[in-house]
Design a protein around this ligand. Sequence first.
Ligand code: TRP
Length: 376
Amino acid sequence: MTDKEKNEMVVTPWEVRGKVDYERLIREFGTQPLTKELLRKIEKRTGKLHLQLQRKLFFSHRDLDTVLDLYEKGIKFVLYTGRGPSGPVHIGHLVPWIFTKHLQEKFDTRLYFQMTDDEKFLVEDELKLKETVNFGYENALDLIALGFKPENTFIIFDAQDIDLLYDIALEVAKRITYSTAKATFGFQDSTNIGWIFWPAIQAVPCFIHAKLTGENVPALIPAAIDQDPYWRVTRDIAQKLGYYKPAQIHCRFLPGLGIGGKMSASEPETSIFVTDPPDVVKRKVWNAFTGGKGTAAEQRKTGAEPGICTIFQYFLYLFEEDDKKLSEREKQCMSGEVLCGDCKAELTERINRFLSEHCKKREKARNIVDKFHIKR
Ligand code: TRP
């Protein structure tokens, strides 16, 4: 691959690389920006906006306004999100899940969570089905560790629960042509046929609530924007099947610790996995890309650039809730008062504190995971 190709933006459900231009994604995917008016509408319902909305981590949507209007009229929605279990969860994955939990609490709604062990098996050449099923189970522990309640949280483990999904998947699949699927997902002659059918399965949880409860309500999907192609094809056929079009609220990718791009499981040194022990977290943070200068002396004189610093992004999106303290850090960085080593040490400590709590909760989740299984 040439350098030019490496830097070029590619955002598909299976690959994200290059410098991500979010404005361009809104235009190319045809989504709507999250406007101030819409944020105000949310705030009216939820009180103070969640950090991830305030700091614009969630930046785009489809039909969020419609779903909120229906809600005010007494028609609830259900939440739907998911995970492709191809390995352990990293902290970038937790970001939309944390926001989903906030929405669930504020709107008192059900969450359907799809664990796509089948998708990952079909898409990743080297993974065996047994492995993705097992990652699915392990990843579910991370979801539960965030504090979701079994009363209103339903995890679908695709391979095991396919009988529940299959009739709706067939209805969906029959209405999507190969030419639409090819144009939307970029399928090739060499793509295996399981993968070509698979998008019908990701559509199902948008509609499953009606089958389970008899209540036909829209789904709202909080997810990273790379999943959008699935929703485009699903929205096209929803009304033909008698359902509401699913709505989305899209987030950015939590940047990895390297230069540009998202936190990606395929570059383990730039991602912090929930299972990383403290010394590994320390090493990864220590090697992170920052906006710092060549020497401490130079940095004290000229200051550094928080705008391009991965460490700063972690404080921004996850580890510094206090706006005042965040802007203080930013100023001190730009003036050279605070050096990269200081920020790295603090971030390491915060991440390790968070992970040590998370891992305890994650182990406790093993005893209750069955209560979250959709077939319980
Ligand atoms: N395809 C997603 C992935 O690979 C998993 C997924 C299924 C999902 N349904 C979802 C993600 C709904 C977000 C929202 O990670």
